[in-house]
Design a binder for this molecule. Structure first.
Ligand SMILES: *Cc1c(COP(=O)(O)O)cnc(C)c1O
Length: 670
């Protein structure tokens, strides 16, 4: 679990920093020296792939590369046992599980829960904290049944509970959580029905805690108490003044969507007191947003919250619990910085800071310390799933060696040829502009009817050849002039992938989230190509052109040359939180196939297979009836037969294929 140092060497963040500011926190992009160019080619090693894809940074201890050049998974982390991911995918394909395929490793989930609990246990021991930690998992992060079942099972030794943020999530939590003493934290907007159900659950031996998010909910709780005669455990969610940061920075502050302001909290206290329910108020909750990248933001929030906690205790509430919400970050790019896709602290630092602050503040005011609750979603669920998808084809900029000008060809071709010939280390920037200008000129001459189509083709080819030469030069440079930074992107190949970004990685599209993406095989070979990924949807937003990098973000990914002779599999990692449920049916690409894999002494076992949506299922979702549709096609076939437009054989083939398609996967067969 890495270093346990306190992080006082962090870069102080501007409080409400947004992404462009955050970006500047990492150093300006330094392009990797080209591996394909001039210098003596040395053999590519597995270690080169490790560095390039930064797998140790984001993947440790679960993902690494083996001697065969395949990604391996160690689902139990440091506790031994590993699987070759490429071989696993091949074996699953033989079981008719087509790509794209989501593979869940339940052992990773267990390891994450163990780690979080171990970090708090260690912090509690280290600071002699006279209290305990009892975490919960926020169901909204991944509601999938098998995952929640696993979570409850793995969490039992730690009395790990669940957090619900809506009525349907409450229903799930009520049905699945059967761990004595584990908390069922009830967040989100509540009506009378929500509150009554939560209260009645006490009678089943559960420990529901109703967290007041809106001031109106106080009256609902009091009314439900009168009616049912059940004394609830109540919490308040505070709107801290400590600002979160980044994408979810507005989750706190007076204008945040959720929680009570300090005046509202005092009002709630008064109301509960009048209703003789002040002893029901036992928990303080806050949540400053997801993926908190800087530890100082967490420290500030804990400090403010622990002050509110002791004040509530001093007002007479029977305070027992402090719930620090979510926000524990995931290091998607492995840079260990306060960049938005990273975090500058580890889980142990996080636990230490919470435990130490509470111990001190409570001791100062002679208030018993609370049982600590956290609602980490991302940090628990991200690592357990890997999305595997294949490349269908690629499209490259034509880069055949350009030909010299011929007699009688337009002078513009001559200029381009000369430019191409003379590009070097000194003049590349200037000559790049020249080439661009000549190309523009060629196009206007074409439009005026002075240049023939073949000549224009030659001019464009020469232009691309110039760009390639400039690119090769820039790759050797330590710093790349701003105006040439886009060249990588312009020259990149397009890799068409068998996936819908909208279904499987919606946050890539919606909020520019970065997930580590890399080939899961051929890692002993040099990835000579640079590409962006384009998905199956007919939407120009359906692409991935931002990739993790040590410094900032890179716009192209190093990939291997694709050939139709052998499959090329890519993996997207750390995407187990939020993506599945937020994925949508754009272009009617449905849920992908999913399998749950568990390590066994002999290898692995497939615990569950959850088949992806069929075409029948996705059309039903938009109110079509597949039988009706088949009937319509049948009638058309009959009519076409009558009119001799189709043969009987053709009509049978069409009908059969059409009908069977409803049973099939929405993605391409490869
Ligand atoms: C979303 C949410 C969480 C989970 O946050 P993570 O950053 O994924 O850990 C926890 N608590 C509340 C109230 C939330 O809304």
């Amino acid at each position: 679990m890495g270093v346990e140092s306190t992080t006082n060497d962090i870069v102080k963040m501007p409080n409400n920093g947004h992404k462009s500011e955050l970006k500047n926190q990492k150093k300006k992009k330094l392009l990797l020296p080209s591996t394909t160019s001039g210098e003596l080619t040395r053999t590519w090693k597995i270690e080169d792939s490790e560095d390039l894809y930064r797998i140790e940074g984001w993947g440790k201890p679960y993902f690494s590369i083996n001697a065969a050049g395949h990604v391996t998974v160690s689902p139990k982390g440091d506790r031994g046992g590993s699987l070759d991911l490429f071989e696993l995918v091949k074996a699953l394909k033989l079981r008719n599980l087509g790509l794209p395929l989501l593979i869940r490793f339940s052992d990773i989930l267990e390891d994450r829960i163990e780690r979080l609990n171990a970090c708090f246990a260690k912090a509690i021991a280290r600071y002699n904290y006279p209290g305990v930690y009892r975490g919960v998992f926020p169901v909204k992060c991944n509601q999938e049944r098998h995952l929640i079942e696993d979570l409850v099972r793995f969490g039992k030794p730690h009395q790990f509970g669940l957090e619900a943020g809506s009525k349907p999530e409450l229903m799930i939590a009520l049905a699945l959580l059967d761990t004595p003493g584990a908390f069922l934290i009830c967040n989100g907007y509540k009506d009378r029905g929500y509150i009554e159900t939560a209260m009645l659950a006490q009678r089943l031996g559960q420990t529901p805690i109703i967290v007041l998010e809106q001031i109106e909910e106080v009256d609902l709780v009091i009314a439900a108490n009168r009616q049912l005669g059940i004394k609830p455990i109540v919490g308040v969610r505070a709107k801290l003044s400590t600002q979160g940061m980044g994408r979810w920075g507005t989750s706190t502050g007076d204008r945040a969507k959720f929680g009570l302001t300090i005046p509202e909290i005092t009002e709630a206290v008064k109301k509960l007191e009048q209703a003789e329910l002040l002893d029901s108020l036992q928990l303080l909750h806050f949540h400053i947003g997801s993926q908190i990248s800087a530890i100082n933001v967490i420290k500030d929030a804990i400090q403010e919250a622990s002050r509110i906690y002791v004040e509530l205790a001093m007002l007479g509430a029977d305070m027992k619990y402090l719930d620090v919400g979510g926000g524990l970050g995931v290091d998607y790019d492995g840079s260990q910085t306060n960049f938005y896709a990273s975090k500058n602290y580890n889980m142990q630092n996080y636990a230490n800071d919470i435990v130490a602050e509470l111990k001190d503040t409570c001791a100062e005011h002679q208030i018993p310390v609370p049982t600590l609750v956290s609602e980490s979603g991302r940090a628990i669920a991200s690592h357990q799933s890997v999305l595997i998808f294949d490349v269908l084809s690629t499209s490259e900029i034509p880069l055949d060696p350009p030909e010299p000008p011929k007699e009688g060809e337009s002078p513009i071709i001559n200029y381009l040829w000369e430019t191409y010939q003379s590009i070097n280390q000194e003049n590349f920037q200037e000559f790049y502009h020249d080439a661009a200008q000549f190309k523009e000129e060629a196009i206007s001459r074409f439009n005026l009817g002075i240049l023939r189509l073949k000549e224009r083709a030659k001019a464009e080819r020469l232009y691309w050849a110039c760009c390639k030469k400039v690119l090769d030069v820039t790759r050797q440079q330590e710093y790349v002039p701003d105006e040439l930074e886009d060249l990588e992107k312009i020259m990149a190949s397009i890799y068409y992938i068998n996936l819908s970004v909208f279904q499987s990685a919606p946050d890539c599209w919606a909020i520019n989230q970065l997930f580590p993406i890399m080939p899961i095989h051929r890692l002993d070979q040099e990835p000579t190509e640079r590409g962006i990924l384009a998905d199956l949807t007919c939407d120009s937003d359906g692409k991935i052109d931002n990739f993790i990098d040590l410094r900032d973000v890179k716009s192209v990914l190093e990939l291997h040359k694709f050939s139709h002779q052998e499959p090329y599999y890519l993996g997207m990692f750390l995407n187990g939180a939020y993506q599945e449920i937020m994925g949508n049916l754009h272009n009617l690409f449905g849920d992908t196939n999913a399998v749950h894999i568990q390590l066994t002494p002999k290898g692995y076992q497939i615990e569950h297979v959850v088949k992806g949506d069929t075409m029948g299922e996705v059309v039903k979702y938009v109110q079509y009836d597949s039988e009706d549709m088949v009937e319509k096609i049948r009638q058309r076939c009959e009519k076409a037969l009558e009119e001799n437009q189709i043969t009987l054989g053709e009509s049978q083939l069409l009908l059969q294929t059409y009908e069977q398609s409803f049973m099939r996967y929405t993605y391409l067969n490869s």
